[in-house]
Design a protein around this ligand. Structure first.
Ligand SMILES: *Cc1c(COP(=O)(O)O)cnc(C)c1O
Length: 399
């Protein structure tokens, strides 16, 4: 029985998708490692196969553990349907491929995740799909490009790594006028901080690898929204095969139970750290939507509950300073992921924008001295002390 989940997000994070007892009455969702599902009764088998009766047939299509994961994300995003993928990039590429055909036009922003940007600049143009990438903060330009004709508006807010903010509701309204579908990558905000469907998006996408799972031990992706749209994406995925593995689904489910707690701590700590860094002599700039100095702080305040666990900052002295600084941090993995319980740091050139040339990064306004800082759940005072110590090794004055 699906419980009536009008409860808060914290309660949904724990209970949604897990209200039924499965095999042996286990209170925890079992990892169902079975490629196929058997039936004695041929008629029942047929009814399940054609979707007349609930059940599972083959692991590329559906699986009970995977379904519990989808149900939990669906509840958190306030969506009516969700389908999952092996990675966040699979969710993005499959969702685009479901709806696009040669001659179509996509409007997006320059600051999407590096992999998404590659889909727009390398793969879609090959299929004769026109992609217009606008300056991320330039709402007027985005509106003008949408008005010229648009099949999909693709947004991400906040962006990676400079946490730029786009007004989702305003852009979705513009897209509705030309009949475009609106996709929003909500990985950075998480459903705890922002629900794009409420702001007019048709589909919300997550790399579950990041905050949803939260423990950097499983890859996954998910897309939620209107059942008619999600059904089409599911069909594309079941045939093309980028299915989420049940073990990964289990790890993501387990991680999501603490999502609200983790995000609360991470957002609080990120704010403290951003405020600390903006007064530091070795720092050129701090990027965090919660700071009043952020160019779109007001939009962030309007569409987000909190400002997220991601920030970035530019060190004076560029890449040389980054080389001095990063090895000194005691409480941070120097790695390409984000959204984990541990703090994770990295320069854009080895993480979000590794696919780009230095010239391309410059054009995107990403300084070579930029450090992306994914705040973990450690005590923020320890993180600030750690930053303080590492920053003392940056010898800006001599450069
Ligand atoms: C990591 C990330 C992706 C890609 O997700 P994978 O699970 O690594 O494929 C997409 N969008 C954003 C914002 C991300 O941070």
């Amino acid at each position: 029985m699906e419980k009536n989940l009008n409860e808060s997000l914290a309660t949904k994070a724990v209970w949604a998708g897990e209200s039924e007892y499965l095999a042996h009455g286990a209170t925890q969702v079992p990892v169902v490692h079975s490629v196929s599902f058997g039936y004695f009764d041929v008629d029942e088998w047929y009814d399940v196969a054609i979707g007349k009766k609930e059940g599972h047939i083959y692991g590329r299509n559906t699986n009970p553990t995977v379904q519990a994961f989808e149900d939990k994300v669906k509840a958190l995003e306030g969506a009516k349907a969700a389908t999952s993928f092996s990675t966040g990039m699979a969710a993005i590429s499959n969702s685009l491929a479901t709806f696009l055909k040669p001659g179509d036009r996509v409007v997006s922003i320059k600051d999407t995740y590096g992999g998404t940007n590659k889909i727009f600049t390398e793969f879609l143009p090959r299929l004769n799909i026109n992609v217009m990438l606008c300056d991320t903060g330039d709402h007027v330009q985005i509106e003008e490009e949408i008005a010229k004709g648009c099949d999909i508006l693709y947004l991400e807010s906040p962006t990676n790594p400079t946490v730029k903010i786009t007004d989702i509701q305003r852009m979705a309204n513009a897209a509705k006028e030309v009949g475009a579908l609106v996709f929003v990558d909500n990985t950075f905000a998480t459903p705890i901080n922002q629900n794009p469907l409420e702001l007019g998006a048709d589909l919300v996408i997550h790399s579950a690898t990041k905050f949803l799972g939260g423990h950097a031990d499983a890859l996954g992706g998910v897309v939620c929204g209107d059942p008619a749209l999600v059904e089409k994406i599911y069909h594309y995925r079941e045939i093309n095969g980028a299915t989420l593995d049940p073990m990964a689904a289990y790890l993501l489910l387990r991680g999501m139970k603490t999502l609200d707690l983790r995000i609360e701590r991470q957002c609080e700590s990120a704010m403290k750290i951003a405020q600390y860094l903006q007064d530091h002599d070795a720092i050129e700039a701090v990027y965090y939507p919660g700071l009043k100095s952020h160019p779109n702080h007001d939009i962030a305040k309007k569409q987000m509950r909190r400002f997220g666990g991601m920030l970035s900052f530019a060190l004076k002295g560029g890449l040389d300073s980054v080389r001095d600084f990063l090895p000194q941090l005691q409480f941070a993995h120097r790695a390409a992921n984000l959204g984990a319980v541990e703090t994770v740091v990295g320069p854009a050139r080895t993480t979000s924008h590794v696919e780009c040339t230095p010239e391309e990064r410059k054009a995107l306004g990403i300084p070579e001295g930029l450090v992306r800082y994914s705040v973990g759940i450690e005590d923020p005072n320890d993180l600030i002390a750690d930053l303080e110590k590492a920053l003392s090794h940056v010898t800006v004055t001599s450069r």
